[in-house]
Design a protein around this ligand. Structure first.
Ligand code: GAL
Length: 411
């Protein structure tokens, strides 16, 4: 009898105590900087604690490198279990091809539309009324990060706006500092995107990215933006070619550069280095010109899988990603804002608090480029911005003409 009870006890313990031998879920993403890796660890540890098995497949480099690898694996019949991509149109062809797991039933059961805000985040995951991704954060490109001590050492006031930065930059250069730290490719396209809002305003941004207005794309307001790019080009150092975004953040963080225009994922690097927002570094949303943010960010997508155990693991992870606990812990590490409005972010630092306050303002939040422009159009604009930045002989007039042509055929 005892042996029967003992056997039952053991089997019960196996079922109840230790998590079932969970199916491996291979997860792809491009989060390989220090701050990003710390944020990924929060997700992996949470999934493991919930009985999952996270098989990490990080792809070094930026989204430019990772996106085509991820998409070709899915279209090529070698799908991962889950993948990070930007919230928006990057996966639209995969969804249209029926290659992605439908999350609608889970989303409705858990009431995602009741707590995910702004609602455009979940809208960006929808196709023909069904849900195909889980937005997990709000990143905004619309920030400039500065090191106040660099400006003080150069004998100028730390800037509170792009305009003040432009006035102070020559002094930094004279004193041997890099005024504006950046990398090439998508990073200089980010500068163009942010200057469009800061110098051209929300209406100009929407006329171009949403309405594809080719006239506005070469109008007087857009001229101010490319003139801003011309100034930015003069403030970058020659070493920007091939520099990773987090290396540029490192130049600001270590006092070699005065500022960087970068999405708020840069906060993850400052946080990892133990820097204090508002003291060791400052943050200018909307470049201090217009208090505007965009709702860029990341979402998790789940390629369809023939193994029901994998699909079960996918849904388990999807549910975890929107949970209050994971939302707080992950976003604090990632430097992003949470996708739900019903959690306490008291631990958020001074810069995140600026972001949360702007998010709450009516009309202060724009959709992101990824949500409005096709990947192809985004690529063409990025190539133009990179060409302009790398070829000082390229004029504002030429950039305007080429930009307008791209927008005229934009999808
Ligand atoms: C963005 C992504 C961020 C951040 C950044 C740099 O596309 O949304 O999470 O990782 O790339 O890698």
């Amino acid at each position: 009898m005892r042996s029967l009870i003992a056997a039952l006890a053991t089997s019960t313990a196996l079922l109840v105590g230790a998590p079932a031998s969970a199916t491996d879920l291979e997860v792809t993403h491009w989060w390989t900087s220090g701050g990003e890796a710390a944020a990924v660890k929060v997700l992996a540890d949470s999934f493991t604690a919930a009985g999952g098995t996270w098989k990490d497949s990080a792809i070094a480099g930026s989204g430019d490198t990772a996106r085509p690898i991820i998409i070709s694996r899915i279209t090529g019949g070698n799908p991962m279990g889950a993948t990070q991509l930007n919230t928006g149109r990057d996966a639209e062809d995969l969804i249209k091809a029926g290659l992605m797991t439908d999350l609608t039933e889970l989303a409705e059961k858990e009431g995602w539309k009741d707590f995910i805000r702004p609602s455009k985040l979940l809208d960006a995951c929808m196709y023909e009324g069904k849900v195909y991704c889980v937005p997990i954060n709000i990143h905004s490109w619309q920030w400039m990060w500065t090191n106040p001590n660099v400006f003080k050492e150069a004998g100028v006031e730390p800037p509170k706006s792009w305009t003040e930065f432009v006035a102070a930059a020559p002094k930094l250069k004279e004193k041997g500092f890099i005024p504006l730290a950046t990398g090439d490719g998508w990073q200089v396209e980010g500068i163009r995107n942010v200057l469009t809002v800061a110098l051209g305003g929300s209406d100009l941004f929407l006329k171009i990215a949403r309405d594809k207005d080719a006239e506005a794309a070469k109008g007087p307001e857009m001229r101010k933006v490319w003139e801003g790019m011309e100034a930015a080009r003069s403030f970058a150092d020659p070493g920007f070619v091939g520099r990773q975004w987090n290396e540029a953040t490192g130049l600001v963080l270590t006092g070699k550069a005065g500022a960087q225009i970068m999405g708020d994922w840069a906060q993850g690097e400052f946080g990892l280095a133990g820097k204090v927002a508002g003291t060791d570094y400052d943050c200018l949303p909307g470049l201090g010109e217009k208090e505007i943010l965009d709702t860029g960010g990341d979402a998790f997508y789940f390629p369809k899988n023939s193994d029901p155990a994998v699909t079960e693991a996918q849904l388990k992870l999807a549910s975890l990603l929107v949970s209050k606990e994971v939302q707080v812990a992950f976003n604090l590490k990632k430097g992003s804002l949470p996708i739900r409005g019903d959690i306490d972010m008291a631990a958020a630092n001074a810069c995140m608090q600026k972001g949360i306050a702007i998010l709450a303002k009516e009309g202060a939040v724009l959709p992101s480029n990824e949500q409005l422009l096709s990947s192809d159009t985004q690529g063409q604009i990025q190539d133009l911005a990179a060409e302009f930045f790398s070829a000082p002989e390229m004029t504002v007039d030429e950039a305007l003409e080429k930009f307008s042509e791209i927008i005229a055929s934009a999808k």
